[in-house]
Design a protein around this ligand. Sequence first.
Ligand code: SF4
Length: 394
Amino acid sequence: MEDTSPSKTAEIAARCEEIFTDLDFNAARKWKAGKPGRKVIGFMPFYVPRELIHAAGALPLGILGGGDQLEVIHGDAYFQSYICRIPRSTVELGISGRLDFVDGMLFPSICDVIRNLSGMWKLMFPRVAARYVDLPQNFDGEVGGEFYRSGLQELRHWLADIASHPVTDEAIRASVAVYNKSRALIRELYALRAAEPWNVPSAEVYLLLRAGLVLPVEEHNELVRTYIDAARSRDRPFKDNSRVVVSGVFCEQPPLNLIKSIELSGCYIVGDDFMLVTRWEKSDTAEDGDPIAALASAYLHNSLSTSAKYEPDAARKGAYLIESVRKNRAEGVIFAMPSFCDPALLERPMLQNALKAAGIPFIAFKYAENSGQMQPIREQAGTFADSIKLWSGE
Ligand code: SF4
């Protein structure tokens, strides 16, 4: 088949890259300026219930640090040297005025760093509403479920106050429907990448997901639909690359060049844990009945198991990663983890043990969002890809 749509996929990727590199968030600023009274609610990785923000008529804006373009001048002064970089660059974004249009900030409970940042934000930016989003670690509907349902109710009223807009059950159900569509499209995108990774480069998938943390969900849904349709008619040359799952990238983001380097080294990324907020729920959230109960139930009982989710059953540690390898027909796992990231690094030995027991090869390296030297990564990933091909026994 002739490759008829390189310009459309390239055009969408270029637009998404422009949004990704714009640390002044002009797309979100433009949305806010489009109508008086609009509000923007920022959120940190890894998960917040975006449906509630949307139901309040506000724009959920993912804040994923400063990447490798932002020089951190002030942010370093607020933290000791031995923690990850995302809180420093986020503070830098705040101090430098790049977030001056954001009306509220949400900090989900992924680690102490983010939790402490929520308190710091209140002190540093007293005019901006800031809230810690405590997510359940207990998955019993009567215990963690009750806890989360009451947390969602509080969040709903907090958002209604900021937005001066009631958050009705009806509005939440409508927002759930829009996000169900978004998650279905992203599942379709991931399935297409796993089927034809040579036609759906992970660097493009990544940029598309990142754009979804800035653009209104309705606009992003259209963009993903158009990208998938264009990618389906692509016919790029197939390469005999090794298929890998990348694990550990759910909070501080690697530089885009790191993703490209893994691909250039001879690997197809066919599974990952990038931006879990875009696909935390594995299938549709209920669009009828009590919407708060539906959101809580989806979070607890219909969610991806990853390092970002507490696994109470020790025997199940790493099972999700093995399932991802099997489902995506991957041949190995690359643990790429932010330096000093407790949730990712503390989990890794247990995940490695599970992979060893299952006979799945893996490598591991650390990064920071501003890592510059890609040659060692390329060599390591390239050697891994070669070793899979040479010694996988197939
Ligand atoms: S990178 Fe890891 S340690 Fe740092 S804020 Fe994110 S989850 Fe916490």
